[in-house]
Ligand binder design. Structure first.
Ligand SMILES: [Zn+2]
Length: 283
């Protein structure tokens, strides 16, 4: 099983791999560029080479880059959309060159313009991203649309919206989905009591074969609150019993699982240890 956390690459990729190992992980997620700004650091090819070697020797699972929060393909503002397209193109290339597999992206917010217009803009934007890229050179790299809590005018809280985007674009084989336990619960999907039913409804709407990874977070707000506030495992509305059930699900065990809980390396180490022990524990 591939477990990890969102880690900083400010000291380079190699040190992020070392940090992942320190917390008992065998994958991790990182921001492709400043999450609230948009500038990206230059890639140090020696650092990347060493990091890829380390990942291989420790049997790491797929690494995930997370696009900055400033990306909004659904924005009514043209400049914002143009920045999003430019940054996603660059980041997909970056993902490939650092040996990562996935680029997680928030679909976008329509900012009052309506869900349909927002969806259309996201589809047009993604078509432009992929049509401008040398796709054979990016073999093995996928963009993952993230399932959202549905805060404000966020698009992507409903499985049908994620499917509409995926189906709408010309490059479907390059686009998958990443879900988040906190976002699902906040969006109104009761994974705490009906995990199987939620997964089945995802299968009907999108197809489980397109689900590529999961963010593992407890939720500070209740079911259907549409508030995206991550809590530490056991300290939110989902609770430890849910995460024990979740981690034991055969379908979940096949996916890279990334913690985005509050806290530092020590907290992540404890949470990963808890998840690993939950698998072994007697029923
Ligand atoms: Zn995210």
């Amino acid at each position: 099983m591939y477990l990890g956390a969102h880690l900083s690459i400010s000291q380079g990729y190699r040190s992020a791999v070392t940090a992942a190992l320190e917390i008992g992980g065998n994958t991790f997620q990182f921001f492709t560029r400043n999450p609230r700004g948009g500038r990206a650091k230059k890639i140090d090819s020696r650092d990347v080479e060493q990091s890829i070697k380390l990942c291989q020797s420790f049997g790491f699972g797929p690494l995930i880059g997370h696009a900055p929060y400033t990306i909004n393909l659904a924005s009514p503002t043209e400049r914002t959309r143009e920045f999003a397209i430019m940054a996603l193109k660059e980041d997909l290339v970056r993902i490939k060159s650092v040996g990562a597999a996935y680029l997680a992206v928030h679909p976008g917010s329509h900012v009052g313009d309506g869900i349909d217009r927002g969806l259309t803009r996201i589809i047009e934007g993604l078509n432009r991203v992929f049509s401008d890229l040398d796709l054979p050179a990016l073999d093995g790299v996928m963009l993952l649309l993230e399932g959202m809590a549905g805060e404000g005018s966020e698009i992507g809280n409903l499985f049908e919206q994620l499917n509409c985007i995926r189906r709408g674009i010309k490059y479907q084989d390059r686009v998958g989905v990443i879900l988040d336990t906190c976002h699902l619960y906040a969006a109104g999907y009761d994974i705490k009591n009906n995990l199987n039913q939620v997964l089945e409804s995802f299968d009907r709407a999108v197809g489980l074969e397109h689900l590529k990874a999961f963010h593992i977070n407890d939720s500070k707000y209740p079911l259907g609150s549409r508030r995206d506030r991550h809590a530490n495992l056991g300290e939110g509305y989902l609770g430890l019993d849910f995460f024990i059930k979740f981690i034991r699900h055969p379908l979940i065990q096949e996916l890279p699982l990334i913690l985005e809980t509050p806290g530092d390396i020590t907290v992540y180490a404890n949470e990963i240890a808890f998840l690993r022990s939950a698998i072994k524990r007697d029923q």
